[in-house]
Design a protein around this ligand. Sequence first.
Ligand code: RAM
Length: 548
Amino acid sequence: MRKRLLILAGILSACCWAGHAQSKYYEKSVEWLRKSEACKPELVYKEYKPLRVVKSVKDANAYQGWRMEDAGSVDFLFEESLKKHSGVILDFGEHITGHLSFSLKIVGGLVASDAPIRLKFTFAEVPGELNTPFDPYPGGLSRAWLQDEVVTLMNVPIETTISRRVSFRYLKIDVLGASSFDFAFDKMSFRAESAVENIRMELAESTDPLIRKINEIGLCTLKECMQTVYEDGPKRDRRLWIGDLYLEALANAYSFKNHELTKRCLYLLAGLAGDEGLLHATVFETPEPHPQYGQYCLDYALIYNVALLEYLKETGDKATAEDLWPVVVRQVEMALRQYGPDWVYDMQKPPLYWLVFDWKDNYDRHASMQGLAIWAIDKSYELAGMLGKTDEVREWPGIVKKMKKAARKHFYDKRQGVVVSGPDKQVSYLSQVWMILSETLSEKEGARALKTAMSMPDACYPGCPYAYHYVVEALLKCGLNAEAKALLVSYWGDMVKKGADTFWEVYDPKDDHRSPYGFSPINSYCHAWSCTPVYFINKYPEIFQTGE
Ligand code: RAM
């Protein structure tokens, strides 16, 4: 009943705002937004209490130079004056997302408060976040993403909830203002929320313990990001991005199997496409669904097609795939506009789309984009096949062929056996990866290219787990199974060894403080696109769950 009421409320609100943000290009965009609303999940809630007090210890060997050390039970916070314990750090034991509630009571002789009190709550996903001063703030994104909340309470006793949804494991509490009376916590609890409940996944007995741990942490990462959409990160940016959706949906298909959430996101993105039908790379749910206007990433737009194909394969839901088919066709048309007669992607042609691919400075995206477009058009054609629509797009296979030929001519250095990109003929992992995934290189050529690139000390290596996902995918595609497993173990396993509770948005084994935003505390440490070991480990048990 409650679910039905919620759906009804959603549909009503969808009707109220219909006419604002929906795509003018697609006739059915309002209906798509309604369908998206109808799939909105009801969140599941779970109560948490702080488990222990911890203290920050500076340690050059720890991730970002800080680790937490057990400092005993939390009981004293419910008995002794908080004024004596300003700066205390509580450990909730795992990464959680939701709302903190607490009540305060007076302790000691006085019976009533005579002044307001002011407390600061700093929520942190990783220890380093609590030990790096936030101000003066040097970062590139809004300072407000950092999770320090100052609360002024006029009276004690009081019971309150911090209205901001936060995402964290550690909580530091500072007393910023107090008068002569003493107060302590009476109760404290955290109401965590997610679209899914934690599950235990059975892995083969022969699975390496580190791979088990990677799977567990990947699962927790995904669970935390599965809210009323697939969020990219529950701390930051808390919104739906196409690239993140694709990888989350892959991992979800091998774990929670909440396909309604995938469907919701596919419809939401479609309904909020731009005026020419190109998908916005990212959209928001509140105060009403709307896109980040003008934020187009051509690689992400094409990835949407592949996400829809995978959704159809997983669910057999042809009705949704047929409904959204015009979006698929349009993404391909929009991408093809960026090609000249030589069938090489034109990096100089306006509107100069942002191509995401990775968070990595100086990485040349040209070869990668050529490869990704081939891959996506090929997969879109596979989707056409499944929907009986190949006649509508009969020119696509020919185009793919020409693009592959051009790719080999333009980017493949046969002598060295690697793909090169840009004016300086840069060799990057990702240039090889996308020519492998698109089958522009044969399996043999691909294996050689990737092995060569990965052994070159100066090759441009990836900067974040999103890019590493595709490296693992490419290694598997060219039969380098042992290398794929070794990479998963070394890259994600390294994060585990450095204490990750959830996988990070950005991770460079050579630099713990790397941040695309100029300040590592603003990075997201529970990031959707980092959860894909769940997909690999469970899709390929013969590779990832064996003892060798
Ligand atoms: C950042 C996030 C997000 C990603 C975009 C491109 O905001 O890392 O996950 O998809 O960039």
